[in-house]
Design a protein around this ligand. Structure first.
Ligand code: GLN
Length: 489
């Protein structure tokens, strides 16, 4: 049954629409796959099987009554636990949203992206594991348990949307929803060998996504292939007045863009993304794919993004500043499980002291520091200025090229435990994904040839990152589909 879940999303939805397979059968296949693998892989924090079955029955009923179901008919989706889901626990992998009594927050509403998926007749399989409040690159900052990489379960699937990536990579669901603030969808996609798309900032409504760094957070889908990712992007994109940063621009035809020919595409290759520290097998795999793009009609153009080296510092100042402000709502009064005590200060202290994990506290303290009187100009304001320079680097490069191609990450999936005690090393692993986030640009990770197996490590996935001009997701899907054709031979 599980091969159903490995079909391209459009094919699966068509089977359900035509009645060749029922939504109930798809739901049971999903449940079987999760029960088979997930105790080992830790992709789900909440398995909402009752809701999944009820939804499937409802879809099958509507079809039986003659209704034409939507583009995601009966397609099961794993949803990162950072999205509000009506009636289903939402924890952001944090104890502060669960509380000492073990009762999680149950949102009274759905996030906009979830509403859109449901409007296209998808089904939700459950809530996926993540780094607490999306802060991290390995899913080890989950307050509950880490997620594991299906290629080698001693390794991380990446993060922060690690659970969503694993759900897709392990064949539990054909698609998943994540959020990408500095790489949290592209990096786990690269580490687990699936496609992860971060649309342009503002392309998808953030309504109902628990805020981490509001100027950077982007709702982002995962799928097993580029066309399926395009279909999901089309389903969730579009203006929403409930998010004031949501862009009022027409949504493109992303699935159709996958069919556009490669010939004539100008692909920029930034020297700064092949710098010291890159794993030689990752570099070889990405360069191999680029050479093949060139041999099939793309033009490779060397480009320079000179401020790349500052992206890590800039991001970790700005994201922490925004997080310290956003997370102030978790005070045990408005949001967050209250830890009762005598005075108000003590209540805040105990609630936040016991509710937040170490990485979240580190960011809140760092963010408060860079925003404080006397340091604001030196850190926060300076970081804003350099953010502008990073965005201008891209503007200059896109004068000559349609899309930029580079590795998604400098290394393949690292071992659980390897970086968790060294935050700086963990932060440095985001070096290639942060610039596109700071510039607000659409970007995607597509699997290319995995690394060769050696005595030191098994064969592991490698992601090629594509970055396009703002609101030109079509360029991303055109190039991404071409890379995929090359890799699949
Ligand atoms: N790894 C980065 C961080 O820890 C990015 C996380 C994300 O994109 N949510 O902030």
């Amino acid at each position: 049954m599980t091969d159903l879940l490995e079909l391209p999303i459009a094919t699966l939805a068509q089977k359900v629409r035509r009645g060749e397979v029922s939504a109930a059968e798809v739901a049971e296949a999903t449940i079987a796959a999760i029960l088979r693998d997930d105790d080992r892989l830790g992709a789900y924090l909440t398995r909402s099987f009752d809701e999944l079955r009820a939804r499937a029955i409802q879809l099958d009923l509507r079809r039986a009554q003659g209704e034409q179901l939507g583009p995601l008919a009966g397609v099961p989706i794993g949803v990162k636990d950072a999205f509000a889901t009506k009636g289903v626990a939402t924890t952001c992998a944090s104890r502060i949203l669960v509380g000492p009594g073990g009762r999680p927050w149950i949102p009274p509403y759905d996030a906009a992206a979830v509403t859109r998926l449901l409007a296209a007749d998808a089904m939700i399989a459950g809530k996926c594991n993540m780094d607490e409040f999306a802060m991290g690159s390995s899913t080890e900052n989950s307050a509950f348990f880490p997620a594991r990489n299906p290629w080698d379960d001693s390794r991380t699937p990446g993060g922060s949307s690690g659970g969503s990536a694993v759900s897709v990579a392990a064949g539990m669901t054909p698609g998943a929803l994540g959020s990408d603030t500095g790489g949290s969808v592209r990096q786990p996609a690269a580490f687990t060998g699936v496609v992860g798309v971060k649309p342009t900032y503002g392309r998808v409504s953030r309504y109902g996504l628990v805020a981490f760094a509001s100027s950077l957070d982007v709702v982002s889908p995962f799928a097993r292939d580029v066309r399926s990712a395009a279909l999901l992007t089309e389903a969730i994109a579009g203006h929403d007045p409930r998010d004031s940063t949501s862009a009022d621009r027409p949504v493109g035809t992303y699935v159709a863009a996958c069919e556009r020919p490669l010939a004539g595409l100008r692909v920029g290759v930034p020297s700064q993304y092949f710098a010291a520290g890159i794993d030689p097998d990752v570099e070889a795999s990405v360069r191999g794919a680029l050479d093949q793009l060139a041999s099939r009609g793309a033009t490779l153009v060397p480009v320079s993004l000179p401020h790349t080296e500052h992206a890590v510092a800039v991001y970790y100042v700005l994201a922490a500043a925004e997080a310290s402000s956003n997370l102030s709502r978790f005070d045990g009064v408005r949001f967050g499980a209250r830890v009762a005590s005598g005075g108000l200060d003590e209540l805040y202290e105990r609630t936040r002291g016991q509710g937040f994990g170490a990485e979240v506290k580190r960011r809140v303290v760092l963010g408060a520091y860079v925003l404080s009187h006397g340091y604001y100009d030196a850190y926060y304001l300076q970081a804003q200025r350099v953010r502008t320079l990073i965005a201008r680097d891209f503007d200059a490069a896109f004068v000559d090229v349609d899309v930029i191609a580079a590795p998604t990450t400098p290394t393949p999936a690292f071992k659980l435990g390897d970086k968790i005690d060294d935050p700086l090393t963990m932060y440095l692993s985001d070096v290639y994904t942060l610039p596109a986030s700071l510039a607000g640009l659409p970007a995607m990770s597509v699997p290319v040839a995995p690394t060769p197996a050696t005595d030191a490590r098994p064969s592991l996935p490698v992601g090629l990152q594509l970055i396009a001009p703002a609101f030109d997701e079509e360029a991303l899907f055109r190039a991404g589909a071409a890379v995929e054709r090359i890799v699949s031979g």
